[in-house]
Design a protein around this ligand. Sequence first.
Ligand SMILES: [Zn+2]
Ligand SMILES: [Zn+2]
Length: 377
Amino acid sequence: MNKTFKVIAPPVIIMLIVIFGFGVTGCNQPDAGEINHRQPGNTEAGNQPQTETVNSAKLNIHFLELGNQYTGDSIYINYGDVDILIDAGSRQSSATTIRAYIDNHIKDNKLEYVIVTHAHQDHIAGFNNSSPITGLFAYEIGTIIDFPKTNSASATYNSYKSAIAAAVKMGAVHYTALQCFNNENGAQREYELGGGVKLEILYNYYYDHSQNNGENDYSVCLRIVQNGNQYIFTGDLEKDGEDRLVDYYAKNFGGLGHCVLYKAGHHASVTSSNTKLMSAITPEYVCVTACAGTSEYTTNNPVKFPSQDFVNRVAPYTDKVFVTTYAGNYPQFESFNGNIVFSVSDGKFDIQCSNNNLKLKETKWFKENRTMPVSWK
Ligand SMILES: [Zn+2]
Ligand SMILES: [Zn+2]
């Protein structure tokens, strides 16, 4: 250490403390142009010793990029020692990407809950990696909750069934969302995660009614509830399922109520996030698991994910909309926000993304491909 460094070091250190201290406390509302190069693995108080009493635990909800050009869902939630995985991406190889991420966070090698929303490939394929090293069921698995109904006979779905059977043989408990909702056979509608936080399986009419209009309305719906705040996940539920969901809670529970976080249904497709659901839950943060601008399902620009209709319906409630990946030059892809980590600590909400913290409306893609709603101007 030379003399010059000794002289200048204290002011530099103070400056760094001021810059980083301000950056961390000032990021609850991501600013336009704010760039964050923190790795997702560091968002969980990685630089500070974390006291692991459950009451002070940080709740983290991670919307994962899947490392390919395909749209798909995989959401990892950790709270204290409780680890939850919702869906596993669109390809068998997604398991490797998901595991590489979870490995940075999981402490006891156990996924307490695995939730599988519906039988579409972009939600179940990652479960089909049966490797005892790279497969998701190589973790110890607690409770698997999946969709009660499907019309699927795909090879991917058949492989999924085998993977679940193998996980059960290894000790996992397996319930359908209908069993959970009805509190049947040991299944529970609500699971306590500690510290007053709970995982609740929500009603879906299509848990026990047939839907011939595709698989999406069979989606398992759930919410995490914490100190009166709720974070809602509806898989790929579409308008019919959404409307029935809203009606059921309006009739029986006085309504779903405001939600802090909403996982955009069906990757922000035109078919989901409809007016009735949005007015019932008035979302504050919306996270989209999709490749923005992708031509995977359509070449019709306004309906590409995230669709113009989705934007128009969400805009009255929030402009805090974030999207994992960009595939405007499909099949090329790159990070959009990247892995999106929504976290709650001491009652404060925060969004930190691995690539940048731009709101959707601030992105170049949005400005070139979508019409800015009046309430976002
Ligand atoms: Zn999907
Ligand atoms: Zn689907």
